[in-house]
Design a protein around this ligand. Structure first.
Ligand code: PHB
Length: 360
């Protein structure tokens, strides 16, 4: 049987009607105290025909914040807000995972009640943090003490439990894009000499411990992990990304995860050099790819077996009914980058769906 975008798939306990995934997308439209709002409910409801929705990155603790107006999953109000989202998606027949996030050094004291951002080591990112008062230069982060690392692992476990209370179908651990877990993985940001740094297995320890903690709350096949081996976003760097991520992928192979989600290439330039077939060959479970796929390139990746699922970001911003548009090969709305981050309904919930009368 040829597998394509419209072939159903069993993912852990879930039956997905198609392989079209809504990628996690930071949109900076959460309400006060990082609580999801009715507007966020509308946005996710509109996109419920996706095979799977992965939420925007969601902080596991108030100390994990890195941007204004991003949602959290550490307070009862946030759980109640997310419950509205999951109920709306489920009422439309959809499925939704919560992406668990801790920003680490990609933050600013202004976002942390004056506290210093934390990281494996005191390595300052290049560039600027996004604060309520606009961009401000990054500061040098404070290296985490051993007991603080254990506390953050416990924060992930608590967030995993709260995601169950909020009605999610699973969680995705955000280990990509230069945030805290990625900061531990890479030797550019992890210069520790204890059990959390140095060798590749020491640098992978934090990710593996987080997976272990979250997999005690959810079944492992309800837990996904996102990696971005070649992404340079957030001034992340490693001396040997191919070796590091081959090791990580092979370690994760034993975890019985729902899927591994790989952002291919560099997020901003699109440059792509790594051998993803080799990386994929180290993992036996479902393989989700992302970054710039179109309907046709996604079909090709599925047909050849290079991927089992494809996540779409920008296309999902602009096309709430992406599944129907792909199915009928209808034209796509163009996303407007001006309204990606922050604001209200404009550029968020006002992208039109196809007029169904035209397509039947
Ligand atoms: C962003 O805010 O630009 C952002 C957030 C999370 C990501 C990637 C980008 O994983």
């Amino acid at each position: 049987m040829t597998i394509d975008l419209f072939t159903p798939m069993t993912l852990g306990r879930l039956e997905l009607p198609n392989r079209i995934v809504m990628a996690p997308l930071t949109r900076n439209r959460a309400g006060p105290d990082n609580v999801p709002t009715a507007l966020n409910v509308d946005y996710y409801r509109q996109r419920a025909s996706a095979g799977l929705i992965i939420t925007e990155a969601t902080q596991v603790s108030a100390d994990g914040v890195g941007y204004p107006a991003t949602p959290g999953i550490h307070s009862p109000q946030q759980v109640a807000g997310w419950r509205q989202v999951t109920d709306a998606v489920h009422a439309e027949g959809g499925r939704i995972f919560c992406q668990l996030w801790y920003c680490g050094r990609i933050s600013h004291p202004d976002l942390l009640g004056g506290k210093s951002p934390v990281a494996p080591s005191a390595v300052k990112p290049d560039g600027e943090a996004m604060t309520m008062q606009g961009p401000k230069p990054f500061v040098t982060p404070r290296p985490l003490a051993t007991q603080e690392i254990e506390q953050i692992i416990a924060d992930y476990a608590r967030a995993a439990r709260l995601a169950q209370q909020a009605g999610f179908d699973g969680v995705e651990i955000h280990a990509a894009n230069g945030y805290l877990i990625d900061q531990f993985l890479r030797d550019g940001t992890n210069q520790r000499t204890d059990q959390w740094g140095g060798s590749v297995d020491n640098r992978a320890r934090f990710l593996l411990r987080v997976i272990d903690a979250v997999s005690k709350v959810w079944r492992p096949d309800q837990v996904g992990v996102r990696l971005s081996p070649e992404n340079r976003f957030n001034s992340i760097a490693d001396s040997n990304p191919a070796g590091l991520f081959q090791y990580v992928v092979e370690q994760l192979n034993e975890a019985g995860l729902a899927y591994l989600h790989v952002l291919e290439g560099d997020m901003l330039s699109g440059e792509r050099k790594l051998d993803y077939r080799k990386l994929h060959s180290g993992f036996a479970g479902p393989w989700m790819v992302n970054n710039g796929y179109t309907r046709d390139t996604a079909q090709a990746a599925l047909v050849t077996g290079e991927a089992d699922l494809v996540a779409f970001g920008r296309l999902y911003i602009a096309n709430p009914d992406l599944v129907a548009r792909f199915a009928s090969e209808a034209p796509l709305n163009e996303p407007d980058p001006e309204t990606f981050y922050g604001g209200g309904a404009q550029g968020y919930t006002d992208y039109p769906a196809l007029d169904t009368a035209e397509t039947v």
